[in-house]
Design a protein. Structure first.
Length: 572
């Protein structure tokens, strides 16, 4: 470990703690008596935040979690639209830190639907007695670092002084509405998939529009198609959708899952992206066309992400190999969709498989054979404006009772940028990251001591809860380390951050990778810097780097004591 005193750290401009706790607060400032002191303040009651709360509390830190919503679940609380479900296997996406929990919770389906996921997360909260540490309806509006601690204000009027501030606010938590002229004029019902209301939406006999055909759009479309009077899908870019192949988990499979817990964990922990499905050892053109098509058929019938992770080994590396699989999928689409013109619209023609995050579907292509379902190709007939009763495209106005915006998220940095987080010298995180996020291991950034963001930008690229859980474990172990060495301030050094961030950017441009058209580069948000927002190096690299930090006694970080005198000048 590098024993660094506070005066090695640039602190000029920050006030001593005595100023932060002024005896005479301004009229709109809470008095010191109203400020709650905690060791660890976690934001966000999603899968990552709940685990962080659990680990911090188990490590003996006084802990509080603030959540904007009225219930637990995070992404799985807000995305409660019909058809919302995991597209990674339920048992690989839930918590694995407790074998007892794993054994006592029986997932009903291989890919659980949102209500079951929400029930599971509530079960976890109660089973581990976490609810008393959670404050709902408390959206964080500002977090300011001052002299070794964070002053965090929530919209419900509560204020906290936290030694450690941990934002587990997720990457898919700020819904994005495109700039469509007149959006506010529409007088019918309007919903975003990422901000779905708790009360059920009545689609029966309604004229419904769905805008967007990413993972959310293609889940909700088949879920409501049978109920509505008419469904019009507004598609800008077709996606390479393949079947999810979901099924109930049989009693025999439940027993197998229980018996195979350790083996499953081993597989997940040694796979590059934390998935269950093993890589295939053959390249595409090692097989004859007949063998390829037989293998592709097997892929088509296989569960979820295996089409990406267990396909031919060169699928994402070799253009011809990728094109071959795309030809197979195109043939499948043509065989399902009766109207040839509609089928052609549904086949992507400007990106290869895996260049964008592929959605996995249940009965999606089939709905286009329903006489009440219509597909509008926005590349040919773009949306001009919303009217008071519908959507106007370049070929006319269609009228609706309900419009569903399945138009995605301000991915990766959206939630952190909106929280008004200010580090040393009052620097705002959104300014610090004006050119894109800079992190070390996707958990900390320079200039923001004692602030961590597991599950945020640069965190995962695959099975999110696995990567995010690794980060939570590392953050918690780090806090324990800091405490046991008599420090209370920790900040990553610039060299470690530069190295990690440069590596993320460099690897993101290499094959196999998602193309810059993907929202993984922030490309869906006008004006957002085009910087890779995931961990392009994968989970093994995260493990290696964490091990290095531990071996080198936390040299990547600067540790100090908030009680040490503040320096006069700045240093690196
Ligand atoms: P996505 O995958 O970002 O999809 C958003 C969709 O909305 C996509 O089809 C977009 O088309 C479409 N979109 C965005 N802006 C517009 C405008 N202006 N006009 C028409 N259509 C538009 O978000 P999802 O919620 O589906 O999925 C997010 C993640 O959740 C997913 O990756 C899984 O991890 C779960 P585009 O492709 O940009 O042309």
């Amino acid at each position: 470990m590098q024993d660094v005193r506070a005066d090695d750290i640039a602190l000029n401009g920050s006030s001593p703690r005595s100023l932060m706790t002024s005896p005479e607060p301004a009229p709109d400032e809470p008095s010191d008596d109203d400020v709650v002191d905690v060791d660890v303040l976690v934001v966000g009651a999603g899968i990552t935040g709940l685990y962080q709360l659990y680990r911090a509390r188990e490590a003996g830190f006084s802990s509080q979690l603030l959540e904007a919503g009225d219930g637990v679940g995070g992404t799985w609380y807000w995305n409660r639209y019909p058809g919302a479900r995991f597209d990674s296997e339920s048992y690989t996406y839930g918590y694995l830190f407790s074998k007892d929990l794993f054994e006592e919770w029986e997932w009903r389906e291989h890919f659980a639907e949102q209500p079951e996921i929400e029930r599971y997360l509530n079960h976890v909260v109660d089973r581990f007695d976490l609810r008393r540490h959670i404050r709902f309806g408390a959206k964080v509006t500002s977090a300011v670092y001052d002299a070794g601690a964070w002053r965090v204000v929530a919209g419900d009027g509560t204020t906290y002084r936290a030694q450690y501030f941990i934002a587990a606010t997720g990457v898919l938590s700020v819904p994005y509405y495109p700039e469509v002229p007149g959006r506010e004029n529409f007088r019918g019902e309007s919903y975003h998939t990422g901000l779905w209301p708790a009360a059920p939406v009545d689609f029966a006999d309604k004229r419904v529009a769905v805008i967007g055909t990413g993972s959310s759009g293609v889940q909700i479309i088949p879920a409501i198609a049978g109920t509505v009077a008419s469904l019009t899908v507004y598609q800008r870019t077709a996606n390479w959708c393949t079947p999810l192949n979901n099924a109930p988990i049989t009693p025999d499979e439940q027993a197998e899952l229980r018996a195979g817990f350790e083996a499953m964990c081993e597989t997940l922990n040694t796979s590059p992206s934390g998935f269950l499905h093993l890589a295939h050892d053959r390249a595409t053109f090692e097989d004859t066309k007949e063998e390829r098509w037989a293998f592709y058929d097997k892929m088509w019938s296989s569960p979820g992400f295996s089409k990406l992770t267990s396909n031919y080994s060169d699928l994402l590396m070799d253009e011809a190999a990728n094109a071959e699989w795309c030809t197979f999928v195109s043939e499948k689409i043509r065989s399902i969709v009766a109207d040839p013109k509609t089928a052609e619209k549904l086949i992507p023609d400007e990106h290869r498989f895996g260049e964008k995050r592929p959605p996995f579907v249940t009965g999606y292509f089939e709905v286009y054979n329903n006489p009440n379902v219509d597909l509008v190709d926005l590349r040919r007939t773009p949306i001009l404006r919303m009217t008071d009763n519908g959507i106007e495209t370049s070929d006319g106005v269609r009228e609706f009772d309900i419009v569903v915006w399945a138009t995605g998220f301000d991915f990766g940095t959206g939630a952190l940028a909106r929280m008004d987080i200010r580090g040393r010298d009052g620097v705002a995180l959104r300014d610090h990251w004006a050119d894109g996020p800079r992190t070390f291991l996707g958990i900390q950034t320079t200039g923001f001591p004692n602030f961590f963001f597991p599950g945020g930008p640069h965190a995962a690229a695959g099975n999110n809860p696995r990567y995010n859980g690794d980060q939570v474990d590392f953050v918690t172990d780090t806090l324990i380390y800091v405490r046991s060495h008599g420090f209370d301030v920790i900040e990553v050094g610039a060299a470690a951050e530069d190295k990690w961030t440069d590596m993320i950017d460099r690897w993101a441009t290499r094959a196999p990778s998602f193309g810059e058209s993907s929202y993984y580069f922030g490309s869906n948000i006008p004006g957002k810097p085009r910087k890779y927002l995931l961990n392009s190096a994968g989970r093994p690299k995260l493990f290696t780097e964490i091990a290095k930090v531990i071996e080198t006694d936390y040299q990547a970080f600067r540790l100090s004591r908030s009680s040490d005198p503040a320096p006069l000048g700045a240093s690196g």
